[in-house]
Ligand binder design. Structure first.
Ligand code: UN1
Length: 520
Protein backbone atom coordinates (compact mmCIF):
# COMPACT_ATOMS: atom_id res chain seq x y z
CA UNK A 1 0.00 0.00 0.00
CA UNK A 2 2.83 2.43 -0.73
CA UNK A 3 2.17 5.68 -2.54
CA UNK A 4 4.60 4.94 -5.34
CA UNK A 5 3.25 1.58 -6.53
CA UNK A 6 -0.39 1.56 -7.60
CA UNK A 7 -2.10 -1.78 -7.12
CA UNK A 8 -2.88 -3.79 -10.25
CA UNK A 9 -6.51 -4.72 -9.64
CA UNK A 10 -8.41 -7.32 -11.60
CA UNK A 11 -11.70 -9.05 -10.98
CA UNK A 12 -11.46 -12.40 -9.22
CA UNK A 13 -13.76 -15.24 -10.28
CA UNK A 14 -13.65 -18.56 -8.41
CA UNK A 15 -10.37 -17.52 -6.81
CA UNK A 16 -8.61 -16.70 -10.12
CA UNK A 17 -7.83 -13.14 -11.24
CA UNK A 18 -9.14 -12.38 -14.73
CA UNK A 19 -6.58 -11.50 -17.41
CA UNK A 20 -5.84 -7.82 -17.87
CA UNK A 21 -8.03 -6.33 -20.62
CA UNK A 22 -8.39 -2.85 -22.08
CA UNK A 23 -6.97 0.30 -20.53
CA UNK A 24 -7.20 0.22 -16.77
CA UNK A 25 -8.91 3.11 -14.96
CA UNK A 26 -7.09 4.90 -12.17
CA UNK A 27 -8.47 5.00 -8.64
CA UNK A 28 -6.90 8.08 -7.08
CA UNK A 29 -6.66 9.70 -3.65
CA UNK A 30 -9.16 12.61 -3.81
CA UNK A 31 -7.02 14.65 -1.37
CA UNK A 32 -4.07 14.34 -3.80
CA UNK A 33 -5.46 13.45 -7.17
CA UNK A 34 -1.96 12.92 -8.57
CA UNK A 35 -1.59 9.94 -6.22
CA UNK A 36 -2.85 6.83 -8.04
CA UNK A 37 -3.77 4.09 -5.58
CA UNK A 38 -4.81 1.43 -8.06
CA UNK A 39 -4.96 0.72 -11.77
CA UNK A 40 -8.23 -1.14 -12.21
CA UNK A 41 -8.87 -3.43 -15.19
CA UNK A 42 -12.57 -3.24 -15.84
CA UNK A 43 -14.46 -6.42 -16.64
CA UNK A 44 -17.00 -6.76 -19.44
CA UNK A 45 -20.57 -8.12 -19.31
CA UNK A 46 -19.36 -11.65 -20.12
CA UNK A 47 -17.03 -11.56 -17.08
CA UNK A 48 -19.95 -10.59 -14.88
CA UNK A 49 -21.88 -13.57 -16.22
CA UNK A 50 -18.87 -15.86 -15.65
CA UNK A 51 -18.69 -14.68 -12.02
CA UNK A 52 -22.39 -15.42 -11.56
CA UNK A 53 -21.89 -18.89 -13.08
CA UNK A 54 -19.01 -19.59 -10.67
CA UNK A 55 -21.19 -18.44 -7.78
CA UNK A 56 -24.04 -20.66 -8.99
CA UNK A 57 -21.76 -23.69 -9.16
CA UNK A 58 -20.48 -23.10 -5.62
CA UNK A 59 -23.87 -22.43 -4.03
CA UNK A 60 -25.32 -25.87 -3.28
CA UNK A 61 -22.20 -27.02 -1.43
CA UNK A 62 -22.03 -23.76 0.54
CA UNK A 63 -25.70 -24.08 1.52
CA UNK A 64 -24.94 -27.60 2.85
CA UNK A 65 -22.33 -26.20 5.25
CA UNK A 66 -24.24 -26.05 8.58
CA UNK A 67 -25.32 -22.51 9.47
CA UNK A 68 -23.33 -22.45 12.75
CA UNK A 69 -20.19 -23.26 10.72
CA UNK A 70 -21.00 -20.49 8.24
CA UNK A 71 -21.37 -18.31 11.34
CA UNK A 72 -17.81 -19.21 12.29
CA UNK A 73 -16.62 -17.91 8.93
CA UNK A 74 -18.47 -14.67 9.62
CA UNK A 75 -16.81 -14.56 13.05
CA UNK A 76 -13.41 -14.89 11.36
CA UNK A 77 -14.28 -12.09 8.94
CA UNK A 78 -15.16 -9.89 11.94
CA UNK A 79 -11.95 -10.84 13.75
CA UNK A 80 -9.86 -10.07 10.65
CA UNK A 81 -11.58 -6.70 10.12
CA UNK A 82 -10.95 -5.90 13.79
CA UNK A 83 -7.29 -6.93 13.60
CA UNK A 84 -6.87 -4.77 10.48
CA UNK A 85 -9.05 -1.90 11.66
CA UNK A 86 -6.42 0.82 11.47
CA UNK A 87 -5.08 -0.29 8.08
CA UNK A 88 -8.61 -0.40 6.68
CA UNK A 89 -9.45 3.03 8.12
CA UNK A 90 -6.28 4.49 6.59
CA UNK A 91 -7.19 2.89 3.24
CA UNK A 92 -10.69 4.41 3.41
CA UNK A 93 -9.33 7.87 4.14
CA UNK A 94 -6.84 7.65 1.29
CA UNK A 95 -9.31 6.22 -1.20
CA UNK A 96 -12.41 8.35 -0.60
CA UNK A 97 -11.17 11.21 1.61
CA UNK A 98 -13.34 10.44 4.63
CA UNK A 99 -11.88 11.96 7.83
CA UNK A 100 -10.04 9.29 9.82
CA UNK A 101 -12.46 9.37 12.77
CA UNK A 102 -15.34 8.62 10.38
CA UNK A 103 -13.31 5.96 8.59
CA UNK A 104 -12.66 4.22 11.90
CA UNK A 105 -16.41 4.44 12.57
CA UNK A 106 -17.15 2.86 9.21
CA UNK A 107 -14.76 -0.04 9.87
CA UNK A 108 -16.43 -0.48 13.25
CA UNK A 109 -19.81 -0.67 11.49
CA UNK A 110 -18.53 -3.66 9.49
CA UNK A 111 -17.20 -5.26 12.70
CA UNK A 112 -20.59 -4.70 14.40
CA UNK A 113 -22.32 -6.37 11.45
CA UNK A 114 -20.07 -9.45 11.78
CA UNK A 115 -20.59 -9.44 15.58
CA UNK A 116 -24.32 -9.60 15.03
CA UNK A 117 -24.28 -12.31 12.38
CA UNK A 118 -21.69 -14.58 13.96
CA UNK A 119 -24.39 -15.50 16.50
CA UNK A 120 -27.12 -15.66 13.89
CA UNK A 121 -25.46 -18.79 12.49
CA UNK A 122 -26.60 -20.55 15.67
CA UNK A 123 -30.13 -19.14 15.39
CA UNK A 124 -31.44 -18.68 11.85
CA UNK A 125 -34.61 -19.93 13.47
CA UNK A 126 -37.58 -21.53 11.80
CA UNK A 127 -40.83 -22.25 13.63
CA UNK A 128 -42.97 -25.20 14.62
CA UNK A 129 -46.62 -24.41 13.99
CA UNK A 130 -49.61 -26.39 15.39
CA UNK A 131 -51.67 -28.32 12.86
CA UNK A 132 -55.48 -28.36 12.75
CA UNK A 133 -55.28 -32.16 12.67
CA UNK A 134 -53.90 -34.76 15.05
CA UNK A 135 -50.69 -36.62 14.32
CA UNK A 136 -49.46 -33.91 12.01
CA UNK A 137 -46.79 -31.21 12.54
CA UNK A 138 -46.08 -28.01 10.62
CA UNK A 139 -42.69 -26.31 10.29
CA UNK A 140 -41.01 -23.33 8.65
CA UNK A 141 -37.42 -23.11 7.45
CA UNK A 142 -35.36 -20.22 6.15
CA UNK A 143 -33.78 -21.25 2.85
CA UNK A 144 -31.12 -19.38 0.89
CA UNK A 145 -32.08 -17.84 -2.44
CA UNK A 146 -29.00 -18.83 -4.44
CA UNK A 147 -26.69 -16.23 -5.99
CA UNK A 148 -26.75 -12.65 -4.73
CA UNK A 149 -25.37 -9.93 -7.02
CA UNK A 150 -24.33 -7.07 -4.76
CA UNK A 151 -23.67 -3.69 -6.38
CA UNK A 152 -22.44 -1.01 -4.02
CA UNK A 153 -21.51 2.68 -4.03
CA UNK A 154 -18.19 4.14 -2.94
CA UNK A 155 -19.24 6.46 -0.10
CA UNK A 156 -19.35 3.55 2.37
CA UNK A 157 -17.08 1.10 0.55
CA UNK A 158 -16.71 -1.24 3.52
CA UNK A 159 -19.71 -0.95 5.86
CA UNK A 160 -22.46 -1.06 3.22
CA UNK A 161 -20.99 -4.05 1.31
CA UNK A 162 -20.73 -5.84 4.67
CA UNK A 163 -24.47 -5.23 5.26
CA UNK A 164 -25.22 -7.30 2.17
CA UNK A 165 -22.34 -9.77 1.90
CA UNK A 166 -22.22 -10.93 5.52
CA UNK A 167 -25.91 -11.92 5.93
CA UNK A 168 -26.06 -13.26 2.35
CA UNK A 169 -23.17 -15.64 3.03
CA UNK A 170 -24.40 -16.52 6.51
CA UNK A 171 -27.75 -17.55 5.05
CA UNK A 172 -26.11 -19.92 2.52
CA UNK A 173 -26.06 -17.76 -0.60
CA UNK A 174 -23.03 -17.18 -2.76
CA UNK A 175 -22.09 -13.68 -3.87
CA UNK A 176 -20.88 -11.65 -6.84
CA UNK A 177 -19.77 -8.27 -5.54
CA UNK A 178 -19.45 -5.28 -7.88
CA UNK A 179 -17.94 -2.40 -5.88
CA UNK A 180 -17.66 1.15 -7.23
CA UNK A 181 -14.64 1.57 -9.53
CA UNK A 182 -13.69 4.80 -7.75
CA UNK A 183 -13.31 2.98 -4.42
CA UNK A 184 -11.67 -0.15 -5.84
CA UNK A 185 -8.69 0.26 -3.51
CA UNK A 186 -10.93 -0.16 -0.43
CA UNK A 187 -12.89 -2.93 -2.11
CA UNK A 188 -9.65 -4.79 -2.72
CA UNK A 189 -8.67 -4.43 0.96
CA UNK A 190 -12.05 -5.82 2.10
CA UNK A 191 -11.96 -8.59 -0.49
CA UNK A 192 -8.50 -9.62 0.78
CA UNK A 193 -9.92 -9.90 4.30
CA UNK A 194 -12.94 -11.87 3.10
CA UNK A 195 -10.80 -14.24 1.09
CA UNK A 196 -8.70 -15.12 4.16
CA UNK A 197 -11.71 -16.16 6.23
CA UNK A 198 -12.05 -19.68 4.82
CA UNK A 199 -14.68 -19.19 2.13
CA UNK A 200 -14.56 -21.98 -0.46
CA UNK A 201 -13.73 -21.04 -4.05
CA UNK A 202 -16.55 -19.35 -5.95
CA UNK A 203 -18.53 -18.46 -2.82
CA UNK A 204 -17.44 -14.81 -3.13
CA UNK A 205 -16.40 -13.28 -6.44
CA UNK A 206 -15.43 -9.67 -7.07
CA UNK A 207 -16.03 -7.89 -10.37
CA UNK A 208 -14.72 -4.40 -11.13
CA UNK A 209 -16.84 -2.98 -13.95
CA UNK A 210 -18.47 0.26 -15.00
CA UNK A 211 -22.19 0.82 -14.59
CA UNK A 212 -23.15 0.12 -18.18
CA UNK A 213 -21.29 -3.21 -18.45
CA UNK A 214 -22.54 -4.26 -15.03
CA UNK A 215 -26.11 -3.65 -16.14
CA UNK A 216 -25.58 -5.58 -19.38
CA UNK A 217 -23.90 -8.46 -17.50
CA UNK A 218 -26.62 -8.52 -14.87
CA UNK A 219 -29.31 -8.61 -17.53
CA UNK A 220 -27.62 -11.58 -19.29
CA UNK A 221 -27.02 -13.39 -15.99
CA UNK A 222 -30.69 -12.98 -15.05
CA UNK A 223 -31.71 -14.29 -18.49
CA UNK A 224 -29.55 -17.35 -17.91
CA UNK A 225 -30.99 -17.96 -14.43
CA UNK A 226 -27.66 -17.27 -12.72
CA UNK A 227 -28.81 -14.52 -10.30
CA UNK A 228 -31.47 -14.95 -7.64
CA UNK A 229 -31.23 -11.68 -5.74
CA UNK A 230 -29.86 -8.23 -6.50
CA UNK A 231 -28.73 -5.88 -3.76
CA UNK A 232 -28.08 -2.35 -4.95
CA UNK A 233 -26.99 0.82 -3.16
CA UNK A 234 -26.82 3.90 -5.37
CA UNK A 235 -28.91 6.52 -7.12
CA UNK A 236 -32.69 6.44 -7.39
CA UNK A 237 -32.44 6.63 -11.21
CA UNK A 238 -30.25 3.51 -11.51
CA UNK A 239 -32.26 1.79 -8.77
CA UNK A 240 -35.42 2.18 -10.79
CA UNK A 241 -33.77 0.61 -13.87
CA UNK A 242 -32.53 -2.31 -11.75
CA UNK A 243 -36.00 -2.66 -10.23
CA UNK A 244 -37.56 -2.85 -13.71
CA UNK A 245 -34.99 -5.42 -14.87
CA UNK A 246 -35.48 -7.62 -11.80
CA UNK A 247 -39.26 -7.25 -12.04
CA UNK A 248 -39.18 -8.77 -15.51
CA UNK A 249 -37.57 -11.83 -13.90
CA UNK A 250 -40.16 -11.87 -11.09
CA UNK A 251 -37.51 -10.86 -8.59
CA UNK A 252 -37.58 -8.22 -5.87
CA UNK A 253 -34.20 -6.53 -5.51
CA UNK A 254 -33.06 -4.90 -2.29
CA UNK A 255 -32.74 -1.23 -3.30
CA UNK A 256 -31.06 1.28 -1.02
CA UNK A 257 -31.24 4.59 -2.89
CA UNK A 258 -30.89 8.31 -2.42
CA UNK A 259 -32.38 10.59 0.18
CA UNK A 260 -33.46 14.18 0.72
CA UNK A 261 -33.44 13.83 4.44
CA UNK A 262 -35.26 16.57 6.33
CA UNK A 263 -34.51 17.85 9.82
CA UNK A 264 -37.33 19.62 11.64
CA UNK A 265 -36.28 22.09 14.32
CA UNK A 266 -39.27 22.87 16.53
CA UNK A 267 -39.78 26.08 18.51
CA UNK A 268 -38.98 24.21 21.76
CA UNK A 269 -35.78 22.54 20.44
CA UNK A 270 -32.38 22.71 22.11
CA UNK A 271 -30.94 24.86 19.31
CA UNK A 272 -27.31 24.19 20.07
CA UNK A 273 -27.91 20.45 19.90
CA UNK A 274 -29.82 20.90 16.63
CA UNK A 275 -26.96 22.91 15.13
CA UNK A 276 -24.48 20.21 16.15
CA UNK A 277 -26.71 17.61 14.47
CA UNK A 278 -27.09 19.71 11.33
CA UNK A 279 -23.34 20.27 11.10
CA UNK A 280 -22.58 16.55 11.32
CA UNK A 281 -25.34 15.27 9.10
CA UNK A 282 -25.04 18.09 6.57
CA UNK A 283 -21.29 18.14 6.19
CA UNK A 284 -19.95 14.85 7.62
CA UNK A 285 -18.52 12.73 4.77
CA UNK A 286 -18.73 16.04 2.83
CA UNK A 287 -22.50 15.54 2.66
CA UNK A 288 -22.05 12.36 0.62
CA UNK A 289 -24.08 9.93 2.71
CA UNK A 290 -27.44 8.69 1.59
CA UNK A 291 -28.53 9.78 5.08
CA UNK A 292 -27.04 13.29 4.81
CA UNK A 293 -29.20 16.23 5.80
CA UNK A 294 -31.04 17.75 2.82
CA UNK A 295 -33.19 20.57 4.16
CA UNK A 296 -33.51 21.91 7.70
CA UNK A 297 -37.15 22.92 8.28
CA UNK A 298 -37.06 25.41 11.10
CA UNK A 299 -39.98 26.88 13.04
CA UNK A 300 -40.34 30.55 12.08
CA UNK A 301 -39.87 31.71 15.69
CA UNK A 302 -36.35 30.22 15.93
CA UNK A 303 -35.39 30.33 12.25
CA UNK A 304 -33.11 33.36 12.43
CA UNK A 305 -31.30 32.21 15.57
CA UNK A 306 -30.80 28.69 14.15
CA UNK A 307 -29.43 30.01 10.87
CA UNK A 308 -27.04 32.38 12.67
CA UNK A 309 -25.73 29.59 14.90
CA UNK A 310 -25.36 27.14 12.00
CA UNK A 311 -23.60 29.73 9.82
CA UNK A 312 -21.23 30.48 12.68
CA UNK A 313 -20.49 26.78 13.24
CA UNK A 314 -19.88 26.13 9.54
CA UNK A 315 -17.69 29.20 9.13
CA UNK A 316 -15.57 28.06 12.08
CA UNK A 317 -15.31 24.42 10.97
CA UNK A 318 -12.02 23.04 9.70
CA UNK A 319 -12.11 21.69 6.15
CA UNK A 320 -9.20 19.97 4.41
CA UNK A 321 -6.76 17.09 4.85
CA UNK A 322 -8.87 14.14 6.08
CA UNK A 323 -5.96 12.65 8.03
CA UNK A 324 -6.27 15.71 10.31
CA UNK A 325 -9.07 16.75 12.65
CA UNK A 326 -11.47 18.23 10.05
CA UNK A 327 -15.24 18.38 9.61
CA UNK A 328 -14.82 17.05 6.12
CA UNK A 329 -12.25 16.41 3.41
CA UNK A 330 -12.50 16.23 -0.37
CA UNK A 331 -15.37 14.94 -2.50
CA UNK A 332 -14.95 11.24 -3.25
CA UNK A 333 -13.95 11.43 -6.91
CA UNK A 334 -13.92 13.65 -10.01
CA UNK A 335 -17.36 12.44 -11.11
CA UNK A 336 -18.94 13.41 -7.78
CA UNK A 337 -17.18 16.79 -7.87
CA UNK A 338 -18.51 17.59 -11.35
CA UNK A 339 -22.00 16.54 -10.38
CA UNK A 340 -21.83 18.72 -7.25
CA UNK A 341 -20.88 21.73 -9.39
CA UNK A 342 -24.07 21.08 -11.35
CA UNK A 343 -26.10 21.19 -8.12
CA UNK A 344 -24.52 24.54 -7.28
CA UNK A 345 -26.07 25.91 -10.50
CA UNK A 346 -29.45 25.46 -8.83
CA UNK A 347 -28.69 28.28 -6.39
CA UNK A 348 -31.09 31.12 -7.24
CA UNK A 349 -31.28 34.86 -6.59
CA UNK A 350 -33.75 34.34 -3.75
CA UNK A 351 -31.24 32.21 -1.79
CA UNK A 352 -28.67 33.51 0.66
CA UNK A 353 -25.41 31.58 0.92
CA UNK A 354 -24.08 31.35 4.46
CA UNK A 355 -21.14 29.66 6.17
CA UNK A 356 -18.66 30.44 3.35
CA UNK A 357 -17.29 33.40 1.48
CA UNK A 358 -17.57 31.54 -1.82
CA UNK A 359 -19.19 28.50 -3.42
CA UNK A 360 -17.51 25.82 -5.52
CA UNK A 361 -13.94 24.60 -5.51
CA UNK A 362 -11.60 25.87 -2.80
CA UNK A 363 -8.67 27.44 -4.65
CA UNK A 364 -5.99 30.09 -4.16
CA UNK A 365 -8.39 32.56 -5.83
CA UNK A 366 -11.37 31.38 -3.74
CA UNK A 367 -9.68 30.37 -0.49
CA UNK A 368 -11.26 29.14 2.72
CA UNK A 369 -10.00 30.54 5.97
CA UNK A 370 -8.37 27.92 8.17
CA UNK A 371 -8.17 25.33 5.36
CA UNK A 372 -5.88 22.48 6.40
CA UNK A 373 -3.50 21.27 3.71
CA UNK A 374 -3.14 22.17 0.04
CA UNK A 375 -6.53 22.81 -1.59
CA UNK A 376 -5.06 22.70 -5.10
CA UNK A 377 -3.98 19.06 -4.62
CA UNK A 378 -7.47 17.64 -4.24
CA UNK A 379 -11.22 17.91 -4.79
CA UNK A 380 -12.08 20.32 -1.99
CA UNK A 381 -15.31 22.33 -1.99
CA UNK A 382 -16.70 25.18 0.07
CA UNK A 383 -19.54 24.28 2.42
CA UNK A 384 -22.85 25.88 1.48
CA UNK A 385 -25.81 26.72 3.69
CA UNK A 386 -28.64 27.93 1.53
CA UNK A 387 -31.16 30.03 3.39
CA UNK A 388 -34.54 30.90 1.90
CA UNK A 389 -35.13 27.58 0.16
CA UNK A 390 -38.67 27.20 -1.25
CA UNK A 391 -40.59 23.97 -1.83
CA UNK A 392 -40.52 24.36 -5.62
CA UNK A 393 -36.72 24.81 -5.75
CA UNK A 394 -34.73 21.93 -7.23
CA UNK A 395 -32.45 22.11 -4.17
CA UNK A 396 -35.56 21.33 -2.13
CA UNK A 397 -36.87 18.44 -4.20
CA UNK A 398 -33.65 16.71 -5.39
CA UNK A 399 -30.78 15.03 -3.58
CA UNK A 400 -27.64 17.22 -3.75
CA UNK A 401 -24.86 14.79 -2.80
CA UNK A 402 -22.18 17.11 -1.39
CA UNK A 403 -21.60 19.79 1.27
CA UNK A 404 -24.84 21.72 0.73
CA UNK A 405 -27.68 22.17 3.23
CA UNK A 406 -30.91 24.06 2.54
CA UNK A 407 -32.90 25.90 5.19
CA UNK A 408 -36.62 26.68 5.01
CA UNK A 409 -39.12 27.68 7.67
CA UNK A 410 -42.58 26.52 8.77
CA UNK A 411 -45.38 27.70 11.05
CA UNK A 412 -47.19 24.55 12.28
CA UNK A 413 -46.01 20.99 12.78
CA UNK A 414 -48.51 19.71 10.17
CA UNK A 415 -46.88 22.01 7.64
CA UNK A 416 -43.41 20.75 8.67
CA UNK A 417 -44.53 17.12 8.15
CA UNK A 418 -46.00 17.97 4.76
CA UNK A 419 -42.81 19.76 3.69
CA UNK A 420 -40.67 16.92 5.02
CA UNK A 421 -42.59 14.40 2.89
CA UNK A 422 -42.92 16.63 -0.19
CA UNK A 423 -39.75 15.59 -2.14
CA UNK A 424 -41.00 12.00 -2.21
CA UNK A 425 -37.85 10.36 -0.87
CA UNK A 426 -38.20 8.52 2.41
CA UNK A 427 -34.92 7.33 3.85
CA UNK A 428 -34.04 9.18 7.02
CA UNK A 429 -35.35 12.23 8.86
CA UNK A 430 -35.04 13.91 12.20
CA UNK A 431 -36.86 16.20 14.60
CA UNK A 432 -35.39 18.33 17.35
CA UNK A 433 -37.97 18.99 20.05
CA UNK A 434 -38.40 18.70 23.81
CA UNK A 435 -42.09 17.85 23.42
CA UNK A 436 -42.84 14.10 23.18
CA UNK A 437 -46.20 14.84 21.53
CA UNK A 438 -44.45 16.57 18.63
CA UNK A 439 -41.90 13.76 18.34
CA UNK A 440 -44.61 11.09 18.05
CA UNK A 441 -46.84 13.16 15.78
CA UNK A 442 -43.85 13.63 13.48
CA UNK A 443 -43.01 9.92 13.56
CA UNK A 444 -46.49 8.87 12.56
CA UNK A 445 -46.80 11.53 9.85
CA UNK A 446 -43.48 11.01 8.13
CA UNK A 447 -42.99 8.52 5.31
CA UNK A 448 -39.30 7.85 6.02
CA UNK A 449 -37.96 4.45 6.98
CA UNK A 450 -35.79 5.90 9.74
CA UNK A 451 -36.67 8.64 12.23
CA UNK A 452 -34.29 10.35 14.66
CA UNK A 453 -35.40 12.38 17.65
CA UNK A 454 -32.85 14.89 18.91
CA UNK A 455 -30.22 13.22 16.76
CA UNK A 456 -28.87 13.84 13.30
CA UNK A 457 -30.30 12.25 10.13
CA UNK A 458 -27.14 10.18 9.62
CA UNK A 459 -25.34 7.70 11.82
CA UNK A 460 -27.68 4.70 12.01
CA UNK A 461 -26.53 1.83 14.22
CA UNK A 462 -25.69 -1.45 12.54
CA UNK A 463 -28.49 -3.62 13.96
CA UNK A 464 -31.67 -1.59 13.38
CA UNK A 465 -33.57 -1.89 10.09
CA UNK A 466 -31.94 0.40 7.53
CA UNK A 467 -33.77 1.42 4.38
CA UNK A 468 -36.26 3.74 2.81
CA UNK A 469 -39.50 4.18 0.95
CA UNK A 470 -40.62 6.10 -2.14
CA UNK A 471 -37.67 7.42 -4.15
CA UNK A 472 -35.31 6.03 -1.47
CA UNK A 473 -36.07 2.36 -2.07
CA UNK A 474 -38.62 -0.40 -2.47
CA UNK A 475 -39.12 -1.08 1.21
CA UNK A 476 -36.33 -3.64 1.61
CA UNK A 477 -34.49 -3.40 4.92
CA UNK A 478 -30.85 -4.10 5.65
CA UNK A 479 -29.26 -4.85 9.05
CA UNK A 480 -30.29 -6.82 12.12
CA UNK A 481 -32.52 -9.86 11.69
CA UNK A 482 -34.66 -7.87 9.21
CA UNK A 483 -32.11 -8.29 6.40
CA UNK A 484 -32.56 -12.07 6.59
CA UNK A 485 -35.84 -11.57 4.77
CA UNK A 486 -33.78 -10.26 1.84
CA UNK A 487 -31.46 -13.24 1.67
CA UNK A 488 -33.70 -16.13 2.69
CA UNK A 489 -37.11 -17.37 1.70
CA UNK A 490 -39.56 -19.09 3.99
CA UNK A 491 -40.18 -22.71 3.15
CA UNK A 492 -43.03 -24.45 4.96
CA UNK A 493 -43.27 -28.18 5.58
CA UNK A 494 -46.08 -30.34 6.89
CA UNK A 495 -45.55 -33.88 8.13
CA UNK A 496 -48.50 -36.19 8.62
CA UNK A 497 -47.65 -39.29 10.67
CA UNK A 498 -51.27 -40.46 11.17
CA UNK A 499 -50.86 -43.11 8.50
CA UNK A 500 -53.98 -41.94 6.61
CA UNK A 501 -54.81 -39.06 4.28
CA UNK A 502 -56.10 -36.20 6.45
CA UNK A 503 -57.47 -33.51 4.15
CA UNK A 504 -56.79 -29.90 5.23
CA UNK A 505 -60.00 -28.01 6.16
CA UNK A 506 -62.21 -31.02 5.31
CA UNK A 507 -60.87 -33.37 7.99
CA UNK A 508 -59.97 -30.67 10.54
CA UNK A 509 -61.06 -31.49 14.11
CA UNK A 510 -64.59 -30.12 14.69
CA UNK A 511 -65.80 -28.77 18.06
CA UNK A 512 -69.47 -29.12 18.98
CA UNK A 513 -70.96 -25.79 20.13
CA UNK A 514 -74.32 -24.08 20.73
CA UNK A 515 -74.11 -20.68 19.01
CA UNK A 516 -77.79 -19.97 19.69
CA UNK A 517 -77.32 -19.89 23.46
CA UNK A 518 -78.42 -16.55 25.11
CA UNK A 519 -78.27 -15.58 28.83
CA UNK A 520 -81.66 -15.19 30.61
C1 UN1 B 1 -25.03 5.26 3.05
O1 UN1 B 1 -24.72 6.45 2.94
O2 UN1 B 1 -25.28 4.57 2.02
O3 UN1 B 1 -26.46 5.95 8.85
C2 UN1 B 1 -25.08 4.52 4.33
C3 UN1 B 1 -25.41 6.31 8.32
C4 UN1 B 1 -24.37 5.25 8.06
C5 UN1 B 1 -24.65 4.52 6.78
C6 UN1 B 1 -24.90 5.36 5.58
N1 UN1 B 1 -24.36 4.35 9.17
O4 UN1 B 1 -25.18 7.47 8.01
Amino acid sequence: MTESTPLDLRSVVAGAPLPRAGTPVADTDPSRTADVLAEVSLAGPEDFVAACRAAKEAQAAWARVPAPVRGQVVATIGDLVKANKEALAQALTRDIGKPLAESRGEVQEAIDTCEFFRGEGRRLYGQTVPSEMPDKELFTFRTPLGVAAVITAGNFPLAVPSWYIVPALLAGNTVVWKPAEYSAFCAWAFYEILSHAGLPEGVLNIVYADGQDTFAGLSDALDQGLVDKVGFTGSSAVGSRIGALCGRHLQTPCLELGGKNPMVVAEDADLELAVEGALFSGFGTAGQRCTSLGTALVHESVHERFVDLLAEAVAAAAVGDPTQDVLYGPLICERFAERFEGFLDWIGDHHTVLGSTATGRITAAAPREGFIGDPAAGLFYHPVILNGVRPDDRVFTEETFGPLVGVASYRHLEEAVELANRPGYGLSCSIYTTDPKKAFAFRSGIGAGMVSVNNSTSGAEAHLPFGGNGRSGNGGRLSGTWVLDQFTRWQSMNWDYSGRLQKAQMDAVQIEADPDFRLG
